[in-house]
Design a protein around this ligand. Structure first.
Ligand code: B12
Ligand code: SF4
Ligand code: SF4
Length: 305
C-alpha cells in the first residue's frame, strides 16, 4: 500500500512495510518508521494493553517492576461521583479530570494499570523492620519516575491517535496531596473501580498480584468495554483481616479496622526516621521514601490471600 499525503513533515509518500503496522514514511527531507496509523475506532483494549506493555520496557519501568496488569472502568461508574462524598468534594470525577485539558471532551473510559514491585525488592524488604531496603527505596524514588512517564506517554499516545486523554495524577499538586494526606485523584480508589482489587487493613490495594505495587491511570474520551468487578462493591473483600500488616508497621499507623488507620503516624515516621538519613543510607536526596513494611512479609504481599 503506498499513498502520498501532506503531513507536518511536508509532502510524504507512505508505504506499509510490515504486517504489524510499521509504516515507512518518506518525506521530502527524511525517511523514518512510524509504528502505526491507527484510527480511534481501531483502538481496542488489547491495543491499550500492548501500549502499556511497550511503555513498561521503553521507560525503564521493567527495571523496578514486574509486568503490569491493565483494567478499564466506565467514566460513568457510580463510584466516581460517590467519591465526592467518601473522599472529598475536591476529588475529581473522570469528567472533571479530562476537562482540565479538554474543556469540551466527554470522558468515557478510565484506564488503570498496576505494576508489582520486583521480587528482589520485596524479598529485601521482608527482612527489614525499621526502614526500607535499598531496592524498595529505589522503586519509590526512581521507579515512580518511570511510572509517571508511563502515564504521560499513554496519554500522549492516545492524544496522537486523535482522542482526548489525561493522566490526572500529573495534574494534581503532589506536595498538597501529601500535606492533606489525600490527592484529588486517588489511584487506589480509581483502581478499585476498575476491578483491580480491594482495600486492605493497611490501606493498600490488594490485587490478584498482591499489595506491593504502584498504580497509575489515564482518563480518555475513547469508549472501551469496562471490566467487571469480581468483588462487586465490597471494597474490603480481598483482605482477610489477619493483622500481619498492623504487626509489621513500625509507626503504629494501622489499627484493627480500616477506619482506625492513622495516616499521620505513617507520614511522620517517614519524615522523622527515613528522610533525615536518606542521603547517608541510600545515597540520594529529594525523593520521597516510605517504608512499605506493611506490604512485605504479609499474606497479601504478592497474591490475593
Ligand atoms: C498522600 C499519599 C501518601 C501519604 C498518605 C497516604 C494515605 N492517604 O494513606 C503517605 C506519605 C503517608 C503515603 C504513604 C505510603 N504510600 Co502513598 N500515596 C499518597 C498519594 C499521593 C495520595 C493518596 C490519596 O489521595 N488517598 C486518598 C485517600 C482518601 O485514601 P486513603 O485515606 O488511603 O483511603 C482510605 C479510605 O478511603 C478508606 N475507606 C474508608 N471508608 C471507605 C469506604 C469506601 C467505599 C472506600 C472505597 C474506601 C474507604 O480506604 C482507604 C484505604 O486506607 C497516592 C498517589 C495517588 N494520587 O493516589 C500515593 C499512594 C497511595 N502511595 C502508595 C504507596 C506505595 C505508599 C507507601 C507504601 C510508601 C512506599 N512507597 O513504600 C506508604 C503506604 C502507606 C499505607 N499504609 O498505605 C501507592 C499505593 C499503592 C498500593 N500498593 O496500594 C500510591 C497509590 C502511589 C502510587 N502511584 O502507586 N502515601
Ligand atoms: S496483611 Fe492481612 S490484614 Fe493486612 S492488608 Fe494484608 S490481608 Fe489484610
Ligand atoms: S508504610 Fe510503613 S509506617 Fe506507613 S503504614 Fe506501612 S508499615 Fe506503617
Amino acid at each position: 500500500m503506498c499513498k502520498s499525503s501532506k503531513m507536518r513533515h511536508g509532502v510524504v509518500t507512505v508505504c506499509k512495510v510490515t504486517e504489524n503496522n510499521y509504516v515507512k514514511v518518506i518525506t521530502n527531507h527524511c525517511i523514518f518508521y512510524k509504528k502505526d496509523f491507527m484510527k480511534p475506532t481501531d483502538i481496542t483494549r488489547k491495543t491499550i494493553e500492548d501500549v502499556v506493555n511497550h511503555l513498561y520496557e521503553a521507560t525503564g519501568a521493567a527495571t523496578f517492576f514486574e509486568p503490569p496488569t491493565v483494567k478499564f472502568a466506565s467514566a460513568d461508574d457510580h463510584w466516581f461521583t460517590e467519591f465526592k462524598t467518601i473522599i472529598s468534594p475536591e476529588h475529581w470525577t473522570p469528567q472533571e479530570a479530562l476537562n482540565l485539558l479538554y474543556p469540551d471532551a466527554t470522558a468515557k473510559t478510565v484506564i488503570s494499570f498496576c505494576c508489582p514491585n520486583s521480587r528482589e525488592a520485596r524479598e529485601g524488604n521482608r527482612k527489614e523492620t525499621e526502614r526500607p531496603c535499598e531496592l524498595w527505596a529505589r522503586i519509590r524514588s526512581f521507579g515512580d519516575q518511570a511510572l509517571q512517564n508511563m502515564r504521560n506517554q499513554l496519554a500522549r499516545w492516545l492524544q496522537e491517535h486523535g482522542v482526548a486523554a489525561v493522566a490526572p495524577f500529573q495534574q494534581d499538586d503532589y506536595k498538597l496531596a501529601v500535606k492533606n494526606l489525600q490527592s484529588r485523584w486517588s489511584e487506589r480508589h480509581v483502581a478499585f473501580v476498575t476491578g483491580m482489587g480491594t482495600f486492605g487493613l493497611s490501606g493498600g490495594l490488594i490485587t490478584e498480584h498482591g499489595v506491593a505495587h504502584r498504580l497509575a491511570s489515564v482518563v480518555t474520551s475513547l469508549e472501551l468495554p469496562a471490566d467487571v468487578r469480581p468483588y462487586g462493591d465490597d471494597y474490603t473483600a480481598w483482605c482477610i483481616k489477619c493483622g500481619a500488616c498492623r504487626r509489621r508497621c513500625p509507626a503504629g499507623s494501622i489499627g484493627n479496622t480500616l477506619a482506625e488507620r492513622d495516616k499521620t503516624k505513617c507520614k511522620e515516621y517517614q519524615m522523622k526516621t527515613i528522610v533525615p538519613t536518606r542521603a547517608d543510607t541510600y545515597g540520594w536526596m529529594d525523593f520521597g521514601i516510605g517504608c512499605g513494611l506493611c506490604q512485605t512479609a504479609v499474606p497479601c504481599e504478592d497474591k490475593r490471600p
